[in-house]
Structure formats: structure tokens, C-alpha cells
Design a protein around this ligand. Structure first.
Ligand code: F6R
Length: 258
């Protein structure tokens, strides 16, 4: 199977990363190359959504004609709970721009049957014509979406058990003392790899090991983000801290071009 080296932008700090990543999305939307956008949540995305909202307020971009599909949500967490990804998306993006909320899709972690919900979500993505640009963060264990290590590269939207590492990393989004859910519904790696273009954003030294494994380690289900090397149009935008452990052949190629 062909292996692709993602394009990598290594920038000095978080602000620069958020601005450049937002710029990629804005260019795609303004040029109408991106009509269907795959979205992510998490700390990395807060600054990025702030940039998109700021650009919207300046009249630089409109999301009126954009359809979005979020990667994932927890199972059994109502949208009224602060930790829910629905609440996150409303707080940082959907309620702040001109997107039609009916076209801002999320997998429903409150559905009575998650397997049926997963099929509904996959069908909806397909009927919309697929995702033009998928935005991703990365977990410190290499997860993308909530595809934890061990996830099959061909996996589809499904229920997954979260690792303790992921639950601990996401605890700050929940009210202090509230239990972080053990289960989530996530697009699969196979679903993500069907997007036309992929943009992965990473900030901070705690992501360095995962970024290094994703782009310079073995392509393995133990690092779900390494699946991105099976895709020809992936761009990674990260800060120097997150890029600090990239090694070997890939490191010299990056140094050669940057
Ligand atoms: C969130 C998601 C996750 C996060 C990842 C990084 O929708 O799919 O893969 O992108 O856990 O999260 P932060 O940005 O909080 O470090």
C-alpha cells in the first residue's frame, strides 16, 4: 500500500497554529471547495473556532451554505451537560456564526440504540456527498476522533470504550467531581479516511510523542493517527513543541523543506 508523507507546517506557537488552521478552513469555505466540513472538539479547537468566529464577524467568511459533521460525542451525556460535545459546539461555534443548526450534524450519544445511530450517521454523510475537509485533533495516545489504539483502519462510526488516558485528558471539560463517561460514539478511521482532505492540528509538548509516532513511527493500529499516511491529502499544522520528537528520515525531509 502506498505511504504518503503529510504536508507539515511547524509554527512557533499556539496562536500561529490556530490562525493558520482557521485560514485553511476559511479559504476552503470562501472558495466553495469546502461545502461539507468535518469538525472536532477539544482544547486544541477552542482557539481555532475563536478565529473562525472572528473572521465571520469581520464578514470574511459565511457558513450559511456549509454542512458540518462532528467526529464524535460521549454516550449517555445529554446536550445540557457542559462536557457534552453538543454543548461545546454550540458554545464555541454553532451559536456564534450563521450556520444553519439543522445542517450542523453530530452523532447522537443519547440515541437508544447506538448501532442504529451509527448507521444513520454514516448514511447521512454519504447522502450529503461525503466530507470535503475533515478537521482533526490528536490524543496523546495517537487517537483521532475517539478511535483509540487498536482501532481497525477500516472501522466505521461505532460505539467505543474510552481509555483511562483519554478520560483523564477530557476531565477538565466536565464539572469537577463528575464522572467522565467510559463510552463514546465516533466516526471510524475508515470514515475519516474517506474525507477528500484532512487537516490535523496539534499544540503542546504533550502531543509530541503522538505526532512523532503518527508521522515517523510504524503505520500501526497502535497509533490510529498513523492511518493518515494512507491518505494522499493530509496537512498537519502544529507548534514546535508538538513537532519536537519527529525523528529520522521524516525529520530531515521536514527540515529540508521548511
Ligand atoms: C474531539 C476528538 C479528539 C480530540 C483529541 C485532542 O472531537 O475527536 O480526537 O481532537 O482528543 O483533544 P484536545 O484538543 O483536547 O487535546
Amino acid at each position: 500500500m502506498t505511504e504518503h508523507l503529510p504536508a507539515i507546517d511547524i509554527l512557533s506557537d499556539r496562536d500561529a497554529v490556530a490562525s493558520r488552521a482557521a485560514g485553511v478552513i476559511i479559504d476552503g469555505v470562501v472558495s466553495r471547495r469546502v461545502r461539507t466540513l468535518g469538525l472536532a472538539t477539544g482544547g486544541t479547537m477552542v482557539q481555532l473556532y475563536a478565529r473562525l468566529v472572528a473572521a465571520f464577524r469581520l464578514g470574511e467568511v459565511s457558513f450559511e451554505n456549509v454542512t458540518t459533521f462532528n467526529l464524535d460525542d460521549y454516550v449517555g451525556v445529554p446536550s445540557t451537560a457542559p462536557g457534552s460535545f453538543r454543548a461545546f459546539m454550540r458554545r464555541y461555534f454553532i451559536d456564534l456564526v450563521d450556520i444553519d443548526p439543522a445542517r450542523a450534524h453530530m452523532p447522537d450519544g443519547m440515541a437508544s440504540d447506538i448501532a442504529t445511530e451509527a448507521v444513520r450517521y454514516e448514511t447521512l454523510i454519504r447522502q450529503t456527498g461525503g466530507i470535503d475537509l475533515q478537521l482533526l485533533g490528536i490524543g496523546s495516545n495517537g487517537h483521532i476522533g475517539f478511535n483509540e489504539p487498536g482501532s481497525d483502519f477500516g472501522s466505521r462510526t461505532r460505539e467505543i470504550r474510552l481509555t483511562d488516558e483519554t478520560r483523564t485528558a477530557n476531565a477538565p471539560f466536565f464539572v469537577q467531581g463528575a464522572e467522565v463517561p467510559h463510552r463514546a460514539v465516533t466516526m471510524g478511521l475508515g470514515t475519516i479516511l474517506e474525507a477528500n482532505e484532512i487537516l490535523l492540528v496539534a499544540m503542546g509538548a504533550h502531543k509530541a510523542e503522538a505526532i512523532a509516532a503518527a508521522i515517523s513511527g510504524p503505520i500501526s493500529i497502535m497509533c490510529p493517527a498513523s492511518a493518515l499516511r494512507r491518505h494522499p491529502r493530509v496537512r498537519i499544522i502544529c507548534d514546535e513543541a508538538a513537532a519536537s520528537q519527529i525523528e529520522g528520515r521524516v525529520a530531515s525531509r521536514i527540515r529540508g523543506i521548511s
